[in-house]
Design a protein around this ligand. Structure first.
Ligand code: SF4
Ligand code: SF4
Length: 314
């Protein structure tokens, strides 16, 4: 029988993944305590779904009966191409191209099929931000990077501009060792966060204050206390990644599906302010931005506009 580590690595790289790491499928004991504390603090804000399926979330054997190993894969999305008008409301880098969920899920399924065929192992299930799976905790356990003070996974050579995918399998695979934390005394992400969403000591995020949560997940009106603090973001936020010194090593992705539409890059501030449903549908067909729906993105643009006119009238 072929060594699964080596073989899975080869297949994953052929599918476009940048790295593959392995962890033993077992209950995430320490991580479960941290998740409980985070939930008790109410830092998940309006994401009440985070309270559901707690045991499945922290124990892969409850989610996938017979699970023995967790395969963690990363997929680069770093893209140096920017929206042309520097005044245009901004979209987070990861969402400029086609929705990564479909693209990566397809690749995960292909990988799982190869594992099933070769090792006669049929318990595998792939996850990409779709089920109660703590992807970042698994990535840390498997040594794919360390969880930085900005709470994102960071790799010393690849930075943090990558998607995480997880494949839980019944195949027994030798696990990797976790990596040490290289944040050291750096506090750049904490200092740069415009809404103080990261705790003073780092490693803890109050989602209710995070621009990413507010512009994507928050369902009601945006609280006025954030006027003037959104740094012109209308979908997501990249600030705590932009300032992270480890991202100076990021290399441009090679995935054609992640390339942004020409029209989207050319939209000016005025174009966005006049955005209507038809243009939204055209620009964001098959895009992760559809998560906010037209009304959500319109709300975010209106919020930025309102804050700007308030500032101008002061
Ligand atoms: S994504 Fe933006 S708002 Fe959220 S923690 Fe990072 S810098 Fe702060
Ligand atoms: S900016 Fe500094 S403290 Fe924040 S995640 Fe990066 S290395 Fe760690």
């Amino acid at each position: 029988m072929k060594d699964p580590r080596r073989q899975i690595n080869i297949w994953a790289k052929e599918l476009g993944f940048d790295s593959v790491h392995f962890a033993k499928a077992e209950r995430l004991e320490a991580e479960a305590v941290n998740l409980r504390k985070w939930l008790n603090r109410g830092y998940h804000a309006g994401m009440s779904y985070m309270e559901n399926h707690f045991e499945k979330r922290v124990d892969p054997t409850k989610l996938v009966p017979g699970a023995k190993s967790v395969i963690v894969l990363t997929y680069n999305y770093f893209n140096p191409i920017k929206q042309e008008d520097p005044q245009a409301p901004k979209i987070s880098m990861y969402a400029l191209g086609k929705d990564y969920h479909h693209i990566i899920r397809k690749k995960l399924n292909e990988l799982n099929n190869k594992i099933e065929e070769t090792y006669e192992e049929e318990t595998g299930r792939g996850f990409v931000d779709s089920a109660p799976v703590l992807e970042r905790d698994w990535a840390e356990r498997a040594g794919a990077g360390w969880k930085g003070k900005n709470t994102l996974l960071i790799h010393p050579k690849r930075g943090s501009y990558f998607f995480l995918a997880v494949l839980i399998t019944g195949l027994e695979i030798k696990p990797d060792q976790p990596m040490r934390d290289y944040c050291g005394s750096c506090t750049r992400c904490i200092d740069a966060c415009p809404t103080d969403a990261i705790s003073k000591e780092g490693y803890l995020l109050d989602a209710g204050k995070c621009i990413s949560y507010l512009t994507i997940e928050h369902r009601e009106e945006l609280p006025e206390e954030f006027h003037g603090q959104m740094e012109n973001y209308m979908f997501g936020c990249d600030i705590c990644q932009e300032v992270c010194p480890w991202n100076r090593f990021s290399k441009e992705h090679t995935e054609p599906e992640f390339l942004p539409k020409e029209k989207l890059l050319k939209m000016t501030k005025e174009d966005w302010e006049q955005l209507d449903k038809n243009t939204f549908d055209e620009l964001f067909k098959k895009s992760a931005v559809k998560r906010t729906k037209f009304e959500g993105l319109r709300r975010n643009i209106d919020f930025l506009q309102k804050a700007e006119s308030k500032k101008n009238n002061e």
